[in-house]
Design a protein around this ligand. Structure first.
Ligand SMILES: Nc1nc2c(ncn2[C@@H]2O[C@H](COP(=O)(O)OP(=O)(O)OP(=O)(O)O)[C@@H](O)[C@H]2O)c(=O)[nH]1
Length: 316
């Protein structure tokens, strides 16, 4: 069931409430320092200190390889230029000598020398072209590594959905796009209901598989242009370009319907998971994070009004 949110705008107290909820989820005491850490977590890209050792190792491996390839390109172009300059000097000297003599034998010797020099330049450029082709292949391999690294950095390993860091990029891109084209953009923050009970009853491993199952169901109802994010433990976020509140409400109804029709089964036992959600449509006077906070606040209201429901944050 869809109900309008009762509070049209977010007050600082609303933001603080959302912040405190996030701090609680992270197990942090609500000190001012932690409050700003929360804010950073939601508004900025993960800092290097928060990246895992593996992520950093991968990033450094790629950087070293890029460095090696660039060094090789530098050495190669330097060698080609030196060779060209030497040959051009030699040919210049031969030409001068050619102009200064009428002796057929000397002319013939000088012409042969020019032909040899041209041949050397040709083979050295041909060798450099082969080397450059090899370097191009190395660069393509580095590019593939970068794509894998980026995936590792921006994807949630459990569900394959985007993580928060990946979401930051998509959010920025989609808000810019909506600004440029006067387009619509809506976000949904979705939280599975009573997930603690599921973990307690069936164990955390089953809980993990239910999270993966839910994200597959969500992916199945989304359009290619929509984005699914694992926003927190049992919390997901949808970013829906070219969609208004009405369309997003329709989509969440479909998600609810498909989710109930395709429950998770554990040893032939049906485990039904329901969800609450908050929806907010981007306003031209706000940034993407403000929209997400409004959706988060609407989600809070959905939880307080008994769960298994979707609340729309007011557009104005
Ligand atoms: N299995 C599993 N559980 C997780 C993961 N991340 C968070 N959780 C669990 O999700 C539960 C969230 O509990 P609560 O914040 O109390 O929320 P809830 O039980 O869903 O209750 P409401 O949101 O109020 O409906 C906790 O038990 C977390 O341990 C995860 O990656 N895997």
């Amino acid at each position: 069931m869809i109900k309008p949110a009762s509070t049209p705008t977010l007050t600082p107290a609303d933001i603080a409430r959302v912040a405190l909820k996030r701090l609680g989820e992270m197990g942090l005491p609500p000190t001012p320092e932690n409050y700003s850490r929360f804010y950073n977590a939601i508004t900025t890209i993960k800092s290097a200190s928060e990246q895992s050792e593996e992520e950093l190792k991968g990033a450094y491996r790629v950087l070293f390889r890029v460095n090696d390839v660039l060094d090789s390109v530098h050495d190669l172009t330097h060698a080609v230029l030196a060779e060209l300059s030497r040959s051009s000097e030699e040919m210049g000297t031969s030409l001068e000598a050619l102009q200064a003599t009428d002796d057929r034998q000397v002319v013939s010797g000088l012409l042969q020398h020019i032909i040899d020099s041209t041949g050397q330049v040709y083979s050295s450029v041909a060798a450099s072209q082969r080397d450059l082709n090899q370097l191009k292949e190395s660069m393509l391999a580095v590019q593939a590594d970068l794509a894998i690294n980026r995936k590792t950095l921006e994807q949630d390993p459990l569900t394959g959905a985007l993580n928060r860091q990946g979401f930051e990029h998509v959010l920025l891109r989609e808000v810019k796009r909506a600004q440029r084209h006067g387009g619509k953009l809506t976000t949904a923050v979705i939280d599975l209901d009573h997930f603690r009970d599921i973990n307690d009853r069936y164990g955390r491993q089953v809980g993990d598989r239910i999270l993966t199952h839910f994200s597959s169901v969500a992916k199945a109802v989304l359009r290619d242009s929509d984005t699914l994010v694992r926003y927190g433990g049992e919390e997901f976020l949808l970013l829906l370009p070219e969609t208004d509140l009405h369309g997003a409400g329709f989509l969440l109804d479909r998600l609810r319907h498909v989710n109930l029709k395709t429950p998770f089964f554990q040893q032939q036992q049906r485990i039904e998971v329901r969800f609450s959600a908050g929806l907010a449509q981007w306003r031209p006077d706000e940034n993407g994070h403000a929209m997400v906070l409004r959706a988060d606040e609407a989600l809070n209201q959905a939880k307080h009004s008994g769960r298994d429901t979707v609340i729309h944050a007011r557009l104005c």
